[in-house]
Design a protein around this ligand. Structure first.
Ligand code: SER
Length: 336
C-alpha cells in the first residue's frame, strides 16, 4: 500500500521552509519533500525528505512506486538574477524540471482516477513593462497584461504556467479516451520577504537584504535607485495564499493563474521604514544598471482582484503590519 502524501519540491528554499513549517502545525498530512539540499536542522523530522534532483527520472520513478501523491507544491526553481548568469541551467531546472513534475502528476491523476492538485508559484517576473512611462501609467497590472518577460526566469515561469494549463485541460487531447487530468493552480507572487531566511539569486532581494543587514549592524548598498517601486508580500501571507489556493474547490476558480499581493513600496520608502526601526543603519544607494533594468521591467503593483473575488484572498499583513508586527520584531530577535 502506497503512502498518501503531499509532495513539496524545493523545500529547502525560502518558501519551502515556511511551507513545511506550516504543514507541520496541521494534523493529517504526510509530507514528502525533495531538494538538492537536506532540510534545515530545525525542520528535520517534519517530513520524509529526499535529497535529490527533480531532473533525475530514476528518482522520480522510485518515488511513484512508494507514494500516492495527491498534491504537489512545485517550488524548486532558479531565481531571476541567478538565471541570468546560467540561463541554460535555469531553463533546465525551471522548465524541464516543471515538465517532469507535471508528467508525474498527470500519470498519478490517471492512476488514482482523480486529479492531483499541482500548485505552481509564478512571479512578477512573468511581466515585462516596456518602458518607465508604461510602468507609471499601468501601475496595477492584471494577469493578462504585459506578458513579455525580460529574464530567463520570467520566460520560464510564464511557460510553466502555459504547460500547467496544457496538462490540466488539453493533455493527450487526441487519445481515444480522455485521461483524468491534473488540477493546476498558479500564483504570481510579488517580491517576498521573510524574517527568518534571506533569499538567494533573486532581483527583488534588495528589500530583505536591506532589512537583514540593518538588523545585524552591517552597511548595505542597495543595487536599485531610491524611486524603484515593485510589490511585496511577507512570507506568512505567501504561505497563506498557497494553502488557500490549494484548498479551494475547483468550481470556485475562474482562472488557472492568479496575481496575489500585499503592498507596494519604493526602495526609498523601505529604507525609511528600516531606519525608523534601526536608526544607526547605514543604507546607501549604488544602482547596478543591469539589475535595475530587470526591476524596472516588473510592474509597480499587481491587481489581485480575481483572487480576492474567487477565493477570498486577502493578505494578513499590509505594509504597516508587515514591518511592525512581523518583520522588525522577529528579525530583531533573530540577530540580537
Ligand atoms: N523574487 C523573485 C526574484 O527576484 C521574483 O519572483 O527573482
Amino acid at each position: 500500500m502506497r503512502t498518501r502524501v503531499v509532495m513539496i519540491t524545493g523545500c529547502s528554499g525560502e518558501i519551502g521552509q515556511a511551507l513545511v513549517a506550516d504543514f507541520a502545525e496541521r494534523p493529517g498530512y504526510e509530507l514528502l519533500t525533495l531538494d538538492l539540499k537536506p532540510l534545515p536542522a530545525e525542520l528535520e523530522g517534519r517530513s520524509r525528505h529526499i535529497v535529490g534532483d527533480i531532473l533525475d527520472d530514476a528518482l522520480l520513478g522510485r518515488i511513484v512506486t512508494e507514494y500516492e501523491i495527491h498534491t504537489i507544491f512545485h517550488l524548486a526553481a532558479l531565481l531571476s538574477a541567478r538565471g541570468e548568469f546560467t540561463p541554460e541551467l535555469a531553463h533546465r531546472v525551471n522548465v524541464e524540471g516543471t515538465l517532469r513534475l507535471l508528467k508525474l502528476a498527470a500519470e498519478q491523476s490517471e492512476w488514482q482516477g482523480r486529479p492531483v492538485r499541482f500548485i505552481f508559484p509564478s512571479s512578477i517576473a512573468a511581466y515585462g513593462m516596456p518602458d518607465p512611462a508604461t510602468k507609471a501609467r499601468d501601475s496595477r497590472v492584471r494577469e493578462w497584461d504585459w506578458n513579455q518577460p525580460q529574464t530567463m526566469y520570467g520566460c520560464n515561469k510564464l511557460y510553466g504556467e502555459l504547460l500547467g494549463a496544457y496538462y490540466s485541460t488539453n493533455y493527450r487531447q487526441l487519445a481515444a479516451e480522455r485521461p483524468v487530468m491534473l488540477d493546476f493552480r498558479s500564483l504570481r507572487f510579488p517580491g517576498l520577504i521573510s524574517a527568518y531566511t534571506v533569499p538567494s539569486g533573486g532581483t527583488s532581494d534588495y528589500a530583505p537584504e536591506m532589512l537583514h543587514a540593518a538588523a545585524q549592524g552591517k552597511p548595505y548598498q542597495c543595487f536599485v535607485r531610491p524611486d524603484t517601486r515593485i510589490p511585496f508580500m511577507v512570507m506568512p501571507d505567501a504561505v497563506k495564499s498557497l494553502m488557500q489556493v490549494a484548498a479551494v474547490d475547483h468550481g470556485s476558480l475562474s482562472r488557472l493563474v492568479y496575481n496575489v499581493t500585499s503592498f507596494s513600496l519604493s526602495a526609498a520608502e523601505i529604507r525609511e521604514i528600516v531606519l525608523e526601526a534601526f536608526p544607526d543603519a547605514d543604507i546607501t544607494f549604488e544602482p547596478d544598471v543591469r539589475r535595475q533594468g530587470i526591476v524596472d521591467s516588473w510592474p509597480a503593483d499587481l491587481n489581485d482582484d480575481p483572487a480576492r473575488r474567487d477565493w477570498d484572498w486577502k493578505p494578513e499583513y499590509d505594509a504597516r503590519r508587515a514591518f511592525g508586527d512581523y518583520l522588525i520584531p522577529n528579525i530583531r530577535q533573530r540577530y540580537c
